[in-house]
Design a protein around this ligand. Structure first.
Ligand code: HGY
Ligand code: MN
Ligand code: MN
Length: 414
């Protein structure tokens, strides 16, 4: 089946420029594209238009992931190959985290169709929802639901900062909340998943290479800490009479940093802190803040989190406050499929192997099917920030590498 004429030869940088106006965050800088926001829905519309221009039909699965199938003439989808990523972003995120993988999948598809090679398996381009967990708090929510890595009841009850449940938002966007959950039949039909993603570090800069094959993903989790004190007037309440959760939170944030620094290669971050009610002339009654903790060894992550819990509890007591501590999301360290990664190595001779401290849908699905990743050089190594960057030339090299890897896999290489 020869490639339908899609007009100009699409490039990754061209496709990304087409969506560069969607979800621009003028207050934070960068992009804010939470799942099911106008921006993310517009990005879904862009993806659907791009795959339909290519003659593919898009299916939405029970959890809201988009699947664009390049079917075999026989229609056989067994042992299918999938590639893709996500379109949602963190608040004030970069242009490439997620969309680079989706745009590269489109360009790789075009290249595969131009080559008109023999192929033994179908290919699907996939977009997973809520990879960042920025709206409902759980990273990779869409792929976790598909893989059965989160209970549907727990997912339905997740709330966004405005108090909307995932069930309500999913329903408002055409899903059946009672239908969300594992997709065992779909999973059983899949043979392999290859996700291309911007590198979120300096590894490729240090190596002087444009692309790498993924090795492992650091285990990572998120916990919410709530500190309760006595809300009061900033002017009429003497310092000695205060039970100020903001002081407890401030002390806890520094203690968290110190505890992480005592463990080589551990990372602990507090990037989100919300006082309630949040008035300039008001002593907070409550402070919610979230910790993101990561380490290659899951036991060290657990030990660090336990030390953080104990320390925060002690600080709360010293400040005459109380504390709630709750796990929101946890992913173990994952190594990508050795056989699939070795096959990528044969398709891309000389490509280095890099581990990553960032989580990905490929890391979640690795528990259910052979999964692997390709990383594309990011000149400043910065991510989850407006400064995230990929050179146009490297973006095209990444898509060409993805096409080479997929071509071999479609031809039956294992
Ligand atoms: O948080 C992460 O590691 C990923 O970017 N979702
Ligand atoms: Mn991210
Ligand atoms: Mn990402």
């Amino acid at each position: 089946m020869t490639a339908p004429d899609i007009g100009s030869r699409a490039t990754v940088s061209g496709l990304l420029r087409d969506i560069a106006h969607l979800g621009v965050d003028s207050r934070r800088g960068g992009y804010s594209r939470p799942v099911y926001s106008t921006a993310e829905l517009d990005l879904r519309g862009w993806f659907i238009a791009e795959v339909e221009r290519r003659g593919l039909t898009v299916e939405t699965d029970r959890n809201g992931a988009l699947w664009a199938w390049w079917d075999l003439p026989s229609g056989d989808r067994s042992d299918a190959l999938i590639t893709g990523s996500h379109l949602d972003s963190v608040p004030g995120g970069g242009q490439f985290d997620g969309p680079l993988g989706v745009a590269s999948a489109l360009v790789a598809l075009d290249e595969l169709r131009r080559r008109d090679l023999p192929r033994e398996r179908a290919l699907a381009l996939v977009v997973f929802p809520e990879e960042e967990g920025s709206r409902f708090g759980v990273a990779c929510l869409g792929s976790r639901l598909m893989a059965g890595a989160i209970a549907p009841d727990a997912a339905r009850a997740l709330k966004d900062p405005e108090g909307n449940t995932f069930a309500d938002v999913a329903k408002a966007n055409g899903l059946d909340p009672e239908g969300i959950g594992p997709e065992p039949e779909l999973l059983a039909s899949l043979g392999a998943f290859v996700e291309l993603h911007v590198e979120q570090g300096l590894g490729l800069i240090d190596l002087g290479r444009p692309i790498a094959i993924g090795g492992a993903i650091l285990g990572h989790g998120r916990w919410r800490i709530s500190l309760y004190g006595q809300g009061n007037h900033a002017g009429t309440t003497l310092m000695a009479d205060r039970r100020d959760p903001m002081i407890a939170a401030a002390r806890a944030v520094v203690a968290i940093r110190d505890a992480a620094k005592r463990r080589p290669n551990a990372r602990a971050t507090v990037g989100r802190l919300q006082p309630v009610p949040g008035g300039t002339n008001v002593i907070a009654s409550r402070v919610d803040f979230w910790i993101d903790v990561r380490h290659p060894d899951d036991a060290v992550t657990a030990d660090l989190v336990e030390e953080i819990r104990r320390t925060a509890e002690l600080i709360a007591a010293e400040e005459d406050c109380t504390m709630e501590f709750r796990e929101e999301s946890l992913s173990p360290t994952v190594s990508f499929d050795a056989g699939l990664s070795a096959q990528l190595g044969r398709s891309l001779p000389g490509a280095p192997v890099l581990d990553t401290g960032a989580g990905h849908d490929a890391g979640v699905l690795a528990a259910k099917l052979p999964s692997a990743m390709l990383f594309v050089r990011n000149p400043n190594g910065v991510s989850h920030s407006p400064e995230e960057y990929v050179e146009d030339a490297d973006a095209e090299i990444g898509a060409a590498a993805l096409a080479d890897a997929l071509a071999d896999l479609l031809a039956g290489e294992r």
